[in-house]
Design a protein around this ligand. Structure first.
Ligand SMILES: Cc1ncc(COP(=O)(O)O)c(C=O)c1O
Length: 358
């Protein structure tokens, strides 16, 4: 399937910066323009129907990722949902985290002075996680499915098994560098909380994201918070207890509507088809990069993500930009991402440009 036709691309630009921010489908962009006009048109009543509209956004999240709408909350980004969750957990909980995570994951533990241990990220990271859990018995394990610098992807089959072995341990996940790249079933995943920003692989622009909870974690939080007096004001009568934490104020229908449009777009394209396409493009990239010694050793695993840190001098970044390659220097190399608007030709073009610069 040709996914490129759905995006505003340019011959001059090789866009591989999805780990920074993803493109928006043409259809979503058209919807945004129209929504802004009609939403603020004095004649329409869209401004009076925001709650219904936002419920439909949650329904779209549930349809694509098999989440429970009641336990799904719309947030402006990953960090808001995650911070709110961390704030709601008992302060004596022990956390297990991965080293060198995106700062928004560890810092909310550090600035609340919560107790945590780190697992270094290595080729056999799943084994290391298991050892750490067996010895330390944390209350919570937190991780990003795809690591933002290296691109290492945690094996989600391992996570499913982990939940079976340690059903008492809460598993909290950042899916920002992952969701949108293949089919994903939240209820079957073993994950208790998944939070995500929409502007990267979900192709949804800024200002939107969500957090979704398993029934078990939602029950636990409701139990902990049950003595808090319920709001008395009529306008909050329908807000759930967890909603008063995760969705405390008005939300932007433009931002969340954009998320909904792009989720519908991904549904139309089919996440299975997107996943198959990415696997093909990714395999080509891994092979060509590996031949040239451009891959990080820890990422030489069967389980691959679409985020790749190319081991070339990050000082080449300005030259890459000059050649039209939208990418970003991260860690010891240049970070790229391959999404549905990329193909094998893009991979070849990228390799040619890199070789011309070295
Ligand atoms: C792993 C990971 N999680 C989350 C985010 C985004 O979180 P937020 O939009 O809250 O800054 C990023 C952005 O780079 C990321 O790389």
């Amino acid at each position: 399937m040709d996914f490129k036709e759905h995006f505003n691309l340019s011959e001059q630009i090789l866009y591989v910066n999805t780990p920074g921010n993803g493109l928006i489908p043409k259809e979503t962009l058209a919807w945004r323009r129209n929504w802004d006009e009609t939403f603020f048109d004095i004649h329409t009543d869209l401004r009076d129907k925001q709650a219904d509209f936002l419920s439909e956004v949650k329904a779209s999240i549930s349809t694509l990722f098999n989440t429970n709408s009641e336990n799904t909350f719309l947030t402006p980004n990953f960090s808001f949902g995650y911070n709110t969750l961390i704030e709601s957990l008992p302060t004596d909980f022990e956390f297990l985290v991965l080293a060198d995570e995106y700062p928004s994951l560890q810092y909310p533990l550090i600035n609340r002075r919560l107790s945590f241990q780190e697992v270094p990220v290595s080729t056999n990271v799943e084994e290391r996680i298991l050892e750490a859990i067996e010895t330390q018995r944390p209350d919570v394990f937190v991780f990003s499915v795809v690591q933002y610098i290296s691109g290492l992807k945690i094996d989600l089959g391992f996570i499913q098994q982990l939940k079976k072995t340690f059903p008492e341990m809460w598993i909290i996940v950042d899916a920002t560098q992952y969701l949108g790249t293949e089919p994903f079933d939240f209820k079957a995943s073993g994950i208790d909380a998944l939070a995500c920003s929409g502007y990267k692989w979900l192709l949804s622009g800024f200002g939107n994201g969500f957090i979704t909870l398993s029934d078990g974690l939602a029950d636990f939080l409701n139990g902990m918070l049950k003595d808090i007096p319920r709001p008395k004001a009529a306008m909050w009568q329908t807000k759930s207890l967890l909603g008063t934490f995760f969705e405390p104020g008005h939300q932007d229908t433009l931002a969340h509507g954009t998320l909904q449009q792009s989720l519908k777009f991904l549904e139309r394209m089919g996440l299975r088809e997107v996943g198959a396409h990415l696997e093909e493009v990714r395999n080509e990239a891994y092979e060509l990069l590996d031949e040239r010694g451009f891959l990080l050793d820890i990422c030489k695993r069967a389980n691959r993500s679409s985020l790749i840190n190319i081991q070339i001098d990050p000082a080449l970044y300005p030259n890459l930009l000059q050649s039209g390659v939208k990418c970003f220097p991260r860690g010891t190399g240049i970070r790229i991402g391959l999404h549905l608007y990329n193909d094998k030709e893009d991979v070849h073009r990228l390799i040619e440009i890199i070789e011309s610069l070295r």
